[in-house]
Design a protein around this ligand. Sequence first.
Ligand SMILES: *[C@@H]1O[C@H](CO)[C@@H](O)[C@H](O)[C@H]1NC(C)=O
Ligand SMILES: *[C@@H]1O[C@H](CO)[C@@H](O)[C@H](O)[C@H]1NC(C)=O
Ligand SMILES: *[C@@H]1O[C@H](CO)[C@@H](O)[C@H](O)[C@H]1NC(C)=O
Length: 223
Amino acid sequence: MAALQSFLVCVIFAFAAILIPTSTSAQLIADFYQNVCPGALPTIRSVVRRAIRREPRMGASLLRLHFHDCFVNGCDGSVLPDDTANFTGEKTAFPNLNSLGGFDVADQIKAAVEKYCNASVVSCADILAVAARDSVQTARCTTFRARIYIDTNIDKSFAASVQQVCPELFKGDNSESDRLVQYYSYLPGHFARDFGASMIKMGNMKPLTGNDGEVRLNCSKIN
Ligand SMILES: *[C@@H]1O[C@H](CO)[C@@H](O)[C@H](O)[C@H]1NC(C)=O
Ligand SMILES: *[C@@H]1O[C@H](CO)[C@@H](O)[C@H](O)[C@H]1NC(C)=O
Ligand SMILES: *[C@@H]1O[C@H](CO)[C@@H](O)[C@H](O)[C@H]1NC(C)=O
């Protein structure tokens, strides 16, 4: 029934939100690293892919990490620094404590791009934005419905857990969310467009640039 029209995971075709140093106001351009370190973004992508192969939930964690970074005072990498004796950061704030994941992957990405670029040029905020982009893939309930309901060579508890969320968004009560699910299921291109636009809008929230920010040497602490 409703499963057909439901999205489990979302599609994104967003541009990366990349910081560009500017003397006036914060401004982002999509191909900033093309000049600074071509290959930086593919390097991020390969670490993200490896992490997701190891732990499939990591994609969702990295997407959420970017969201939590942006929603406290802008997309500035502020979710990453560790607390110190005289600094209390966001990592241990109540909504994040024991709930956010992906910090280790952010560190792995940072190490990989520093090595690849031979320099500390990729900001921690950009790492979170690009990793979030690379974490999201095309999938609707209908894409894997047969796999979780019919196939027998699948872990039973895993199949049961995915069956729970497969028809998640569609409630069948003609609510606003039902209408959105229907609209986007008939026009998946519109979903990709709107979701991408939303992500870009979020990624543009108060980014720091060359003048008011710094490229951290270690994402876990300020320089
Ligand atoms: C506390 O702050 C001072 C001054 O900002 C700094 O020099 C010191 O290293 C900090 N101590 C710790 C433990 O972070
Ligand atoms: C980093 O250094 C190595 C060895 O010097 C060089 O081959 C490589 O092209 C450099 N990478 C970048 C992105 O500059
Ligand atoms: C980054 O800093 C943290 C301390 O906040 C430290 O535990 C970690 O080892 C550092 N990472 C690297 C690669 O130096």
